[in-house]
Design a protein around this ligand. Structure first.
Ligand code: LMR
Length: 392
């Protein structure tokens, strides 16, 4: 049986981890996978997470199964963090193994309820989106998103392409901090997109993996909240990997907004999908998140540290844009300072990306996506000089 298997292509983001590890050069710089790193290169366990873990270790009496949909307190806390108050009667939800688990469950839910529904993806998008959709054999289409000339959003192209969406199609939208580009819609542009998609009868499917990494915890939820208030049905796949720094704990949630009358049936289908795919979702990370969100002191400390993380990335952006101005004697990389989130797509060619890796030991994804958090005060000028030498 297994002899029929063909080798799988390597995941382009994850492949960089091994390539970087195996590079013996001193001074190599990792701007690949989307993991937050402090100035020393460490991905720290957040203070509130450590404190919650300590409390949990002391108080936890059992590790018996949690609920099939996760602990209700986790789901309620996450719905509150993402959407604010007022959604209890519309929000069906399941805890999932990370944001990827939520995306997978959402796609399976779409496939179950509307086989043949088109899933629209931004071009470009996180490569795992099309990969999972292809694996599930679902139809997909792309809408223009990135303007290669300005490195901003191609808003006219986006509107034109989304103008072709049909009623019942699912449209995957990055709620904030677009991955891989770092280019984001303004709230006024979101309003236009919402009006267009509502008129079309589309089902928004929001991927919210970086809440708190862009303009702030509340600000980064603004587009999702706008969408939630306008559409009868919305799918939201959210991750706690980045904003709680609990990557390996696999902590995510899928929220399906529906009518109060349909909620029980939708919830039952979400539970069913969890049961088919992995039975019970992981609990450790979800429990830490719940403890943090429910406790005033832990929550305040977590928010303060998340804000430090966000502001650190923002100042790295500003420093990099300034260094690139000097190094290239031009303003053509100023977009780095206006992008938000972990990533910026620099707009370099694949050959330039390869030269940066081979000659300079600087690792970024092949589409020239950099993880801003991979930088520090020392490496910013090194990167700027290297970019200038390949693209100056
Ligand atoms: C990324 O885009 O680098 C992260 O979301 C990590 C991943 O799983 O790809």
């Amino acid at each position: 049986m297994l002899e029929t298997l063909n080798p799988q292509p390597q995941d382009k983001i994850l492949a960089l981890i091994a390539m970087f590890r195996d590079d013996p050069r001193d001074g190599k710089i990792d701007l690949g996978v989307g993991v937050y790193k402090d100035a020393t290169g460490l991905t720290p366990v957040m203070r509130a997470v450590k404190a919650a873990e300590k409390q949990l270790w002391e108080a936890e009496k059992t590790k018996t199964y949690t609920g099939l949909a996760g602990e209700p307190a986790y789901n309620a806390a996450m719905v509150g963090m993402i959407l604010g108050a007022g959604y209890a009667d519309r929000a069906a939800s399941v805890a999932t193994p990370g944001g990827t688990g939520a995306i997978r469950q959402a796609l399976e839910l779409i496939k179950m309820s509307a086989p043949g529904a088109m899933v629209w993806l931004s071009n470009p998008t996180w490569p795992n989106h099309p990969s999972i959709i292809k694996y599930l054999g679902m139809p997909m289409a792309e809408y223009r998103y990135f303007d290669a000339a300005t490195r901003g959003v191609d808003f006219a192209g986006l509107l034109e392409d989304l103008g072709r969406v049909k009623a019942g199609d699912a449209v995957l939208l990055h709620g904030c901090c677009h991955n891989p580009t770092g280019a984001n819609l303004t709230l006024a542009q979101w309003e236009q997109v919402v009006d267009l998609l509502a008129a079309k009868g589309a089902v928004p499917f929001v991927d919210l993996a970086y809440q708190g990494f862009g303009d702030g915890l509340e600000q980064d939820a603004a587009a999702t909240r706008l969408i939630a208030g306008k559409f009868p049905e919305v799918l939201i796949a959210a991750s706690c990997s980045k904003n709680f720094g609990i990557y390996r704990e696999r902590t995510g949630i899928l929220i399906a907004l529906t009518s109060p009358e349909r909620k029980a049936v939708v919830q039952g289908n979400l539970n069913f999908l969890n049961r088919q795919n992995y039975s019970f979702p992981p609990d450790h990370g979800a429990r830490l998140v719940t403890m943090i969100l429910e406790d005033d002191a832990l929550r305040a400390d977590w928010k303060a540290e998340l804000e430090e993380v966000r502001l650190n990335m923002l100042s790295l952006r500003q420093e990099l844009a300034a260094e690139l101005r000097k190094a290239t004697n031009s303003d053509r990389f100023d977009f780095v300072a206006t992008h938000r989130g972990m990533f910026s797509r620099l707009g370099l060619t694949e050959a330039q990306v390869n030269t940066l890796r081979e000659t300079h030991g600087i690792y970024m994804v092949g589409d020239s996506r950099i993880n801003i958090a991979g930088l520090n005060a020392k490496t910013v000028p090194i990167l700027a000089a290297a970019i200038a030498s390949v693209a100056g």
